[in-house]
Design a binder for this molecule. Structure first.
Ligand SMILES: Nc1ncnc2c1ncn2[C@@H]1O[C@H](COP(=O)(O)OP(=O)(O)O)[C@@H](O)[C@H]1O
Ligand SMILES: [Mg+2]
Length: 357
């Protein structure tokens, strides 16, 4: 038997191990960078990708920006501006772990450029965890982060990356989720020099239709339902406007994109009697719950959440509750009146399907 002594790992190695949790592929790096841009109060986000993000992932925002010393700190492990008082329950930002930038920097060539309003721009380059230069930078107020050659020098991870096409699909999906969550922010994506997506600031239903299916403008139902301390809003397709795959179902908890089995199950249950087993609705559903009702601190990539009261969440789509009237201009054409919970939608379908309300 070999005897081994315990040792503390060097920080560069710790970063690389953590990078495996936070960053799996270009799409996860992209998600982290876009979340940072949103947390920085951006109103417009421009994304550039090359080879599905394998060669380049770049995110430019018009948010607060960082001072040069904050930029240095942002690259340190567990350094975050988002937990001013140690209360994770109160976090309303996407980030809070302070892990993304150092993790990405340890497995790529990372360039951060940033400029606060009224100040000059600064740039820092890190090559696989090692400082590779810094100096003045010319850019508009905001932040631009460039990730080149993700996992190029980490063969064990590189092996698991897929074709540029598949990686691009994952990137596109990640942007879609965040763009659905934040219709108040403009998004543009360029892939290999071509404009792949562009959405202006808009209302939530208009953003959902623009990103998921323009047909939802006519064949969608606006959901706006409150029950106890929970609220459910969003857009779902009429049963007649269905798909062969469940690939257009986007779920959010407190504006955070989640892949939650409980919510997926509730959606399936709501349509059970109206759709064949192999048909699926289109849906973008937003659950709002008070911070103390949900634990977002389940997984580093944070696509899972844990509800304190799962039954109440399930009940949102199953039982009658108090519905509230939409504000003018907020709803879609078919749903400008009070929205019933899912179960009652069933009675509405015959008279409403296929036409404007
Ligand atoms: N686009 C950005 N604009 C302004 N500040 C940023 C931006 N990206 C990162 N930062 C700063 O760097 C810190 C570390 O970022 P990150 O590693 O993603 O951790 P977290 O988002 O969990 O705090 C953030 O807390 C924030 O202060
Ligand atoms: Mg972050």
């Amino acid at each position: 038997m070999v005897t081994m002594s315990i040792r503390r790992l060097p920080s560069g190695l710790i970063d690389r191990i953590a990078a495996g949790e936070v960053v799996e592929r270009p799409a996860s790096a992209l998600k982290e960078l876009v979340e940072n841009a949103l947390d920085a109060g951006a109103s417009s986000i421009a994304i550039r990708l090359s080879a599905g993000g394998l060669d380049l992932v770049e995110v430019a925002d018009d948010g607060y920006g960082m001072s040069p010393s904050e930029m240095t700190l942002s690259l340190e492990r567990h350094a975050t501006s988002k937990l001013p008082d140690d209360r994770i329950e109160d976090v309303s930002s996407f980030g809070f772990r302070g892990e993304a930038l150092p993790s990405i920097a340890s497995v790529s060539r990372l360039t951060i450029e940033s400029r606060e309003r009224g100040a000059d721009g600064w740039k820092i380059v890190v090559d696989h965890g090692a400082p590779a230069g810094e100096g003045p930078a010319a850019l508009p107020p905001g932040t631009r982060v460039r990730v080149e050659g993700l996992f190029d020098k980490v063969p064990a991870r590189r092996k698991f990356l897929r074709s540029p096409r598949a990686e691009y699909a994952a990137c596109s999906d990640a942007v879609k989720r965040l763009a659905l969550a934040r219709p108040d922010v403009a998004f543009a994506v360029d892939h290999d020099g071509r404009r792949a997506l562009s959405v202006q600031r808009s209302s939530a239903p208009a953003r959902v239709a623009a990103l998921l299916d323009p047909g939802l403008e006519r064949h969608g139902i606006g959901i706006d339902h409150a029950r106890d301390r929970l609220m459910l809003t969003g857009v779902v397709s009429l049963p007649t406007f269905n798909r062969g795959m469940a690939d257009q179902q986007f779920l959010f908890v407190n504006r955070r994109p989640v892949k939650d089995r409980l919510l997926v199950g509730a959606l399936r249950a709501a349509y059970r009697d109206m759709l064949a087993r192999d048909r699926h609705p289109i849906a973008a559903l937003f659950v709002e719950v008070p911070g103390d009702e949900v634990d977002i601190n389940v997984h580093p990539a944070k696509t899972e959440v844990r509800f304190r009261d799962p039954t109440a969440v399930r009940g949102l789509t199953e039982r009658e509750g108090s519905s509230r009237r939409r504000r003018p201009g907020e709803g879609m054409s078919v749903s400008s009146t009070t929205n019933p919970p899912f179960r009652c939608l069933r009675q509405l379908f015959p008279s409403r399907s296929g036409g404007r309300g």
